[in-house]
Design a protein around this ligand. Sequence first.
Ligand code: C2O
Ligand code: CU
Ligand code: CU
Length: 485
Amino acid sequence: MTFGGTPSVSRRQFVRAAAVGSAVLATGLPLLSCDSITGPPDSAGRTALPRPPSMAVQGSLVATAGVAALCPDLQVAAFMLNGSVPSPTIRARRGEVAQLQFVNQLADPTILHWHGLIVPADADGHPRDTVPASGQYQYAFPIVQRAGTYWYHPHAHHLTAMQVHRGMAGFFVVSDDEEDALQLPGGSREFLLMLQDRAEPGAAPFEYAPSPADLHVGMLRDVAYGNGVPRPTALVPPGPCRLRILNASHARVYRLALDGGTPLTVIGNDGGLLPAPVTAESVYLGVGERIDCLVDLAAVRPGGRVMLRSLPFALPSAAGATSSQGTAMDLLELIRLPGDAPRANPLPLALSNITPHPAPSATRTFVFTSAVGASHRINGLSYDINRIDIQIPLGQVERWVFQNDGDLPHPVHLHGTQFQVASRSGGRNVVYPYEMGWKDTVLVFPEETVAVTVRFDTYAGVYLLHCHNLQHEDDGMMLNVEVTQ
Ligand code: C2O
Ligand code: CU
Ligand code: CU
């Protein structure tokens, strides 16, 4: 992995930046303007956002413990895949067949799960398939997926949080013909951003030692890391750029926004492209969720900076108030490179065709509770690897209702399919336009009830439904879902 130096731009250059009005590109993207930049420009202490290495979907992934040199000031004892933190970006095309040999050279048991991918149950990385130290697992599955931003991470029960914390998590990017036809920005105009909140670089940010409060609320720390480095900064060419953002944190919810209220142009989420682009002033991103957006810095003067931030938000609860959930954070600094913006292809008004599920033929309710003392449950149940909690026939459409009866947010995730969000009542009381299309994770805040429609239509077998707060998941806020023939 290579790192660029931290670019420097003088404060004077920055202050003299001319204000540009609400210019709109040929793409129809709102342009970021200089006068939208707030706060002093300061790349001091920031680290260039690394681009993780890429690999094809045929090959091997070898997990080892070792020292990762993340940036000059940060060498950490980490768990690496193929020697890298973050894990390599796997790039695949719909229709390809994945052949991945996983080799576990850690001292711990582990298994890899492909989050968001629809794969046969025995290739899903279910915790019962955990391999011991020195074990191996051979994955083979066709990529039946729509184009989108998926990811992968370990899924050994009770060990997921620690192993993700140690550095095991990577992007799994799928492309297809539908997406190609849109000619979206790629190459140096595509940025992958894996967000994690960690301790300061000097405070052992990759050591996993959760406190009792961490085990209840979920582990929250105050520094934003991008692709493994603290306080990331990226050099961005003018013209449309694609920013694919993954929340790979333990518990942190980000409320993404650009400086000065410039809206984000969202084109996709967990399961690929939205039906149409959506402009959003802010986007809530819970653990496990992805958002795919376009940004254009053409109206920012060369060297000008724009911060991607997490805006503050309040939770209607005591635990929300006593944790740092919802505090403002700077996430990624974007610095506009010199040069002219290329002639852009107009962004089509329609991106993708999403067929709504037919009316559900059954309803199930899942109640999420968190008692103090770190017992996180669904319908009163704590995960049992051998117990089947739900059976759903292959092809049947059901309405699943996720009800939060506690005071902590729960990012609810389902394996083996993508669902559609039908409603949210209580709390924020809205389904956001960026939650349209296909989702595999949905954020359920305290006081909220979220209904989704679910259909497994590809494979039978045992999958999982769980909270993706990693402390909640490891504690057992997880159920086995059997898809029956
Ligand atoms: Cu991101 Cu069960 O996983
Ligand atoms: Cu998953
Ligand atoms: Cu939870």
